[in-house]
Design a protein around this ligand. Structure first.
Ligand code: BG6
Length: 494
């Protein structure tokens, strides 16, 4: 048996005092360490403006790891790999000192000169940092160097292009790992397998047998304390341009000829290229936006978006989007892919419903108007699994039908060992697998699709708020489907 070598690297986190580092990155690195995916040959350098010491940093790392099974000694052994380096992203000496520190750590930890630069901070600094890393020789180590970038990647197509040009001036495409954390989710990765490893689905997976596809990613939380970022983004930039379109691409792509990064990505890119682009005056036919007003959730009153912070009092930022996406290719012509996502909706849930064409005649239901098409539901979160809705005979006398479901629940199998999205993506980055990161061509195509929507919305004042907190969004989102003869399938299983 060939045992795979554990990856070795120094990970430099820019923005190491921030929320993402604390909530996702430190715990993920810890799990990789604890599960033996990485050995002792690693170090983490946190950088940010604050004048922290190694000890303060290590303390923070320790606090971010919630584990009742770890002893203090084990935690200390882990956090001893963490170093802090106060940093000014525009100051050349910051980079020179960082380079010297990396060289030292590379010797101490035997990391073969492999470097990951993880940009977990505001996007306005991405270009500057990439440029300076090159300029000051931090890319010239003896091993590989990789750049990990968090979203948002641009604000629209032209700013995304500009940013990409800046980054590409310093790093090659193969060195750039653009994170979309949905691509690290277990059930998002499962979409491909469910589709391409099952004849009963794949042969029916086209416009002859599928009437429509519905993707809902609802959140019950509101803004939390992210108004500065979110109010300049809105739901379409925050969720649709990346996560939702990535799920559409995985659901609609052709089977790759091999499971290599290039083959998988190229199939996804083809889908994104085939998305029907809208003219500005067509946007209202395909897309609906919303912003939550006050409402009730789980017995509590919750305030409207505009009341969440003083600077939001007159905000016209959308906190909800629903859309009908058409894919103009041979497989999907005529099949709407409906998406919806928003804050302060009834509950937190991400779910895909694939609705198959109904049978031509309803023989078995007493009420002939009743519709029970077969559905394949892919539960992304919080439950992980798939449910297939079928019709079967009601027990007893007569031949009346009733809906039944076959369910597979992934949580029951190995939920404890299901690595979190970030853990998987970090590991992929360490072993040089870019499959579950977004290629520039995907980002570009996604923005090209979203741009006309942004333009149309910029031109017209919305009538906000238009849905109460705790609901499933504005009525117009329902009408989007009703006019095509469909309904949103409930997100709760009953
Ligand atoms: C992020 C968005 O990318 O995804 C957040 O910026 C959103 O606004 C989050 O809440 C949703 O992710 P998840 O994994 O909780 O569905």
């Amino acid at each position: 048996m060939v045992t795979q070598q554990k990856p070795k690297a120094v990970i430099v986190i820019f923005g190491a005092t921030g929320d993402l580092a604390k909530r996702k990155l430190f715990p993920s690195i810890y799990r990789l360490f604890q599960n033996g995916k990485i050995g002792d040959d690693f170090a983490v350098v946190g950088t940010a403006r604050r004048p922290w010491t190694n000890d303060v940093f290590r303390n923070n790392v320790e606090k971010s790891i919630e584990s009742d099974t770890t002893t203090k000694e084990e935690l200390d052994a882990f956090t001893s790999h963490f170093y802090y380096h106060p940093f000014d992203v525009t100051e050349p000496s910051s980079y020179q000192e960082l380079d010297a520190l990396l060289e030292k750590l590379e010797g101490n930890y035997q990391t073969d000169g492999n470097r990951i630069f993880y940009l977990a901070m505001a996007p306005e600094f991405f270009g500057v940092i990439a440029d300076n890393l090159k300029e000051h020789g931090l890319k010239n180590s003896t091993g590989w160097t990789r750049l990990v970038i968090e979203k948002p990647f641009g604000h629209d197509l032209s700013s995304a292009k500009e940013l990409n040009n800046e980054i590409r001036a310093a790093f090659d495409e193969e060195q750039i790992y653009r994170i979309d954390h949905y691509l690290g989710k277990e059930m998002v990765q499962n979409i491909e397998v469910i589709r391409f490893a099952n004849g009963i689905f794949e042969h029916l997976w086209n416009n002859r047998f599928i009437s429509n596809v519905q993707i809902t990613s609802s959140e019950s939380l509101g803004l939390e304390d992210r108004s500065r970022y979110y109010d300049h983004s809105g739901a379409i930039r925050d969720m649709v341009q990346n996560h939702m379109l990535q799920m559409v691409a995985l659901l609609a792509m052709e089977p790759p000829i091999k499971l290599t990064t290039e083959e998988v990505r190229s199939e996804k890119i083809k889908v994104l290229r085939a998305l029907r682009k809208m003219a500005t005056d067509e946007v209202d036919t395909y897309f609906v936006r919303g912003q939550y007003g006050s409402g009730h959730m789980k017995g509590n009153d919750v305030s409207s978006y505009r009341d969440e912070a003083p600077e939001l009092a007159k905000s016209n930022t959308e906190t909800f989007v629903a859309g009908k996406i058409m894919i103009d290719n041979y497989r999907w012509a005529g099949v709407p892919f409906y998406i919806r996502t928003g804050k302060r909706m009834t509950e937190k849930s991400t779910k895909i419903v694939v609705e198959f064409n109904d049978i031509p005649m309803n023989l078995y239901y007493e009420n002939k108007q009743e519709k029970h098409p077969n559905l394949l539901v892919i539960n992304i979160q919080p439950d992980e699994g798939i449910t297939l809705y079928l019709n079967a005979k009601k027990s007893g006398i007569g031949t009346h039908a009733q809906p039944i479901k076959l369910a597979y629940n992934n949580n029951g199998v190995n939920a404890i060992n299901t690595p979190e999205a970030y853990e998987k993506l970090l590991f992929d980055c360490m072993v040089g697998d870019t499959t579950n990161f977004t290629h520039w061509n995907e980002v570009e195509q996604s923005w090209a699709f979203v741009d006309p929507i942004l333009n149309a919305w910029d031109k017209k004042m919305p009538d906000f708020p238009n849905y109460p907190a705790g609901s499933m969004g504005p009525k117009e989102a329902d009408k989007l489907l009703e006019k095509d003869g469909f309904l949103w399938w409930p997100i709760t299983d009953n």
